[in-house]
Design a protein around this ligand. Structure first.
Ligand code: PEP
Ligand code: MG
Length: 576
């Protein structure tokens, strides 16, 4: 019998395909004493051999599909499998302690990891610790005869079902085969959901039980509607037909929107607003072009760092930034400096374990602490500025001093490059993300020293409402239209305009139809969103009269009490 689940609609589109369960298997084991230690050593050898075969296959596949940089990590894993120190220590442990291979592998691996992680300022060694952890998992799976899931090896059409997906898991999904994904946890503004939208993979998150139900059903199909949040596990043929029809309707709708691709975004009363795209890598430029973006309002450069096996060099970064700037033909590109931390990690830059990573050492806090990394990025950006219209912005600015410090470092690098005769633009704008409530409240002060603001509602809402953006249990508190949030947004917009500065929004709320009716009324200048939302919003904006929504926005900020009040208010104005 089919099983219906309702989750959070995270990425538009409809798909029906075979389920692919991406859950970590149970790798727990029982420690045992053994008499025949040689037999345990041979069991280990066999598991090492199987791991090696598997890794060779994965490495070859990664080389073909992702490129040799991405495949390097598997090469490092193969080297560990053949490292005489590591493997020798495990075999010695089996012999000395007369224990089973699982226990010896676990003990020795823990010792190596602890030693490497203790090398405080040695990023290379910390990276090795992460590799050892991965390799240990693989060898253990062979000892225990369980299969590790591996989404990079998928070669048929599937719907991925996982408890959660990290941004790097999502980056590895192959669009050709992964028709949709469904997770137990997560929110619409978690980075995996954002990436699903730019990859155009339909997604439903926060279903609570998708993995459990799929596990009990075994080999089944799954129907996913990323527009409504509906998921059917093991659908009947009528249900499959229903979902397929919804998919066709969505395709027709998309065709209609695509006619607006080459138009600029003009409201019913003739006002022009900029619809820009958020990107994570130069690969996203195709989507930017296909969806007729008028600018790039947010280039999340952390993905450049995450896609690399080590810190990207100035040259690597320069190439990527130049490519993006050149391809935009003079349209503005706002590049955000590295926003690592929170849910985004670098294997080669291990961060301290924190109780609250979203409130911890991340983004500009790391950049100001690791000036070497920051300056390299700034130099690459300033050099690339010659090839287009560049805006640079700093993420997670909380205080005026942080902004001043970051801007001074930028200026220092700019002056040095210019003095050295490097061709650079004279018109780089230096702005900041407005995503921390303290900064939003003090926007009038920031507006004097920043060239522009970009409102990051994903974080601004989570910090204002104290509600984790990736936690479906508190998603009811994730309220973009709450008057408290709108008052912060209005303060940011008014403060910028008072100083003659422009202000955009690059949080996911910028691509939300209800929010946009209010934002036009508040006078927001630029709307930056997943490229796949642009044409839908352009079609909406053509119907909006900006003078009428001014009144509506005034009410939304001053009279409304709840998020729901504002949904009703907008729905009375326009049929959404
Ligand atoms: C935001 O916080 O709204 C934002 C755009 O940044 P990110 O989603 O990368 O945190
Ligand atoms: Mg943010």
């Amino acid at each position: 019998m089919s099983e219906h689940l309702k989750g959070i609609a995270a990425s538009d589109g409809v798909a029906v395909a075979k389920a692919y369960l991406l859950v970590q298997p149970d790798l727990s084991f029982t420690k045992k004493s053994v008499d025949d230690y040689k037999k345990e050593q041979s069991r280990l050898d066999e598991a090492l051999k199987q791991s090696q075969n598997e890794l060779e296959k994965i490495k070859n596949h990664a080389e073909k599909t992702l490129g040799s940089d991405e495949a390097q990590v598997f090469e490092a894993h193969i080297m560990i499998l053949n490292d005489p120190d590591f493997i020798g220590a495990i075999k010695q442990e089996i012999e000395d302690q007369k224990e089973n291979a699982e226990a010896a592998l676990s003990n020795i691996s823990n010792n190596f990891i602890a030693t490497f992680e203790a090398m405080k300022d040695n990023d290379y060694m910390k990276e090795r610790a992460a590799d050892i952890r991965d390799v240990t998992k693989r060898v253990m799976s062979h000892l225990l005869k369980v299969t590790l899931p591996d989404p990079t090896m998928i070669n048929e059409e599937v719907v991925i079902v996982a408890e959660d997906l990290s941004p790097s898991d999502t980056a590895q999904l192959n669009r050709k085969y992964v028709k949709a994904f469904v997770t137990d946890v997560g929110g619409r503004t978690a980075h995996s959901a954002i990436m699903a939208r730019s990859l155009e993979i339909p997604a439903v998150v926060g279903t609570d039980t998708a993995t459990k139900v799929t596990q009990t059903k075994g080999d089944v199909k799954i129907a996913v509607n990323g527009i409504t949040g509906d998921v059917v596990i093991d659908p009947t043929s009528e249900e499959v037909a229903e979902f397929e029809q919804a998919g066709k309707d969505f395709a027709i709708q998309k065709d209609e929107w695509s006619k607006l691709k080459n138009e600029s975004t003009i409201t019913a009363d003739g006002k022009h607003f900029i619809l820009a795209a958020n990107i994570g890598t130069p690969k996203d430029l195709t989507g930017v072009k296909e969806n007729g973006a008028e600018a790039i309002g947010l280039y999340r450069t952390e993905f450049l760092y995450m896609d690399s096996a080590e810190l990207p060099t100035e040259e690597d970064q320069f190439k990527a930034y130049r490519e993006v700037l050149e391809s935009m033909d003079g349209k503005q590109v706002v590049v955000r400096t590295m926003d690592i931390g929170g849910d985004k990690h670098l294997p080669y830059l291990p961060l301290p374990e924190e109780q609250n990573p979203f409130l911890g050492y991340r983004a500009i806090r790391i950049s100001l602490d690791r000036e070497d990394i920051f300056r390299t990025q700034l130099r690459a950006l300033i050099r690339a500025s010659y090839y287009g219209k560049l805006g640079i912005m700093f993420p997670m600015i909380a205080t005026v001093n942080e902004f001043k410090k970051a801007r001074a470092i930028y200026q220092d690098e700019y002056d040095k490059l210019k003095a050295a005769g490097t061709p650079v633009s004279d018109e780089i704008e230096v702005g900041m993300m407005m995503e921390i409530p303290a900064a939003a409240v003090l926007a009038d002060k920031f507006a004097k020293i920043a060239d522009f603001f970009s409102i990051g509602t994903n974080d601004l809402i989570q910090y204002s409402m104290a509600a984790d953006r990736g936690n479906d249990r508190v998603s009811y508190l994730y309220q973009p239209y709450n008057p408290a949030i709108l008052r912060l947004v209005k303060n940011i917009i008014d403060s910028a305009h008072n100083e003659g500065k422009w202000v955009g929004m690059c949080g996911e709320a910028a691509g939300d139809p209800i929010m946009d009716c209010i934002l036009i009324g508040l006078g927001l200048d630029e709307y930056s969103m997943s490229a796949t939302s642009i044409l839908k919003i352009r079609s909406l904006m053509k119907k909006i009269d900006s003078s009428k929504v001014k009144e509506l926005a005034e009410k939304a900020v001053t009279e409304s009490v709840t998020n729901e009040d504002n949904i009703q208010l907008v729905k009375k104005y326009i049929n959404l």
